[in-house]
Design a binder for this molecule. Structure first.
Ligand SMILES: Nc1ncnc2c1ncn2[C@@H]1O[C@H](COP(=O)(O)OP(=O)(O)O)[C@@H](O)[C@H]1O
Ligand SMILES: [Mg+2]
Length: 260
């Protein structure tokens, strides 16, 4: 195991307006090197949860612990060094590819090229000025999927002990998504990974999946057990599969109640 950070969340509740709870008594555990999924419909509270793990929202004392330390006592510097967050709106600053992925750290060209190759972006820059290719403001000369792959390369070069992906492949093409998710699977065990997605298929290989519904954790378990439970996970899973398979030309069936 390289370096993996355990995380535990205890009875976390939250309301933005002091009235409506968007998280209610949430308990989540990520042990050393586990890959954990959080799924749920849009608005179920997934991103709010992720905000606490980056200190974008301050967690009440006694609710979030990283490596046993209350997150309210974890410095921004420690967080920045140890937690890599990949969201769905990746920003790209104007500058060279080198500046973008090294973020001021001295990194050998070879390592940067390796990371770009892994996320299938090197071929894009190689035919331009390589690592000195200029990225325009907000990556306007890159597609959404390319921006996410670039962000992933940056994440690889700044390995953290906890990797959080929040809908990190949501707006990208299937080819990019497969590349990214295969890579994430290859990291399994080497660090703690939290995959947050409204798409059940992205969490299939997780050690444990938590299902959020209107701020409450209503089910958890591995994929096979959740499918056998015939609860919300299994109905969302079947529904999504039906839509995805329909796109591939199959007969549309989303009302199957067979146990898997
Ligand atoms: N900054 C905010 N202010 C007020 N309400 C918010 C804010 N961000 C999210 N919400 C509300 O909190 C609930 C959960 O949102 P969110 O955590 O973004 O869910 P998800 O990521 O699962 O789609 C939603 O009802 C959303 O409208
Ligand atoms: Mg969200």
């Amino acid at each position: 195991m390289d370096c993996a950070l355990p995380l535990s969340i205890r009875s976390l509740s939250y309301s933005y307006d002091g009235k409506r709870k968007v998280l209610s008594d949430v308990d989540i555990d990520i042990d050393f090197g586990e890959t954990i999924g959080i799924v749920g419909m849009s608005g179920s509270g997934k991103s709010t949860l992720a905000k606490f793990l980056q200190q974008e929202l301050l967690a009440p004392v006694g609710t979030c612990f990283m490596a046993g330390c209350d997150i309210s006592k974890v410095s921004m510097e420690a967080l920045y060094r140890n937690v890599v967050y990949l969201g769905h709106e990746e920003y790209v600053l104007e500058g060279t590819v080198r500046d973008c992925i090294s973020m001021g750290k001295v990194i050998e060209d070879k390592a940067m090229i390796e990371a770009l190759t892994m996320v299938k972006m090197w071929s894009v820059f190689e035919e331009q000025a390589g690592l000195d290719t200029i990225l325009r403001e907000n990556g306007s000369n890159l597609s959404g999927g390319q921006k996410q792959r670039l962000a992933l390369a940056r994440g690889l070069l700044h390995p953290g002990a906890l990797l959080i992906l929040n809908e990190a492949t949501s707006s990208i093409d299937e080819e990019s998504e497969t590349i990214i998710m295969d890579y994430i699977r290859s990291l399994k065990g080497s660090r703690s990974i939290l995959i947050i997605s409204h798409r059940m298929a992205n969490t299939e290989n997780c050690d444990r999946i938590y299902v959020l519904d209107e701020g409450k954790l209503i089910e958890h378990g591995d994929r096979d057990n959740l499918l056998k439970n015939n609860g919300i996970y299994s109905s969302l899973y079947r529904e999504q599969m039906a839509y995805e398979n329909f796109g591939k030309g199959e007969r549309f069936e989303n009302n199957s109640s067979e146990a898997v």
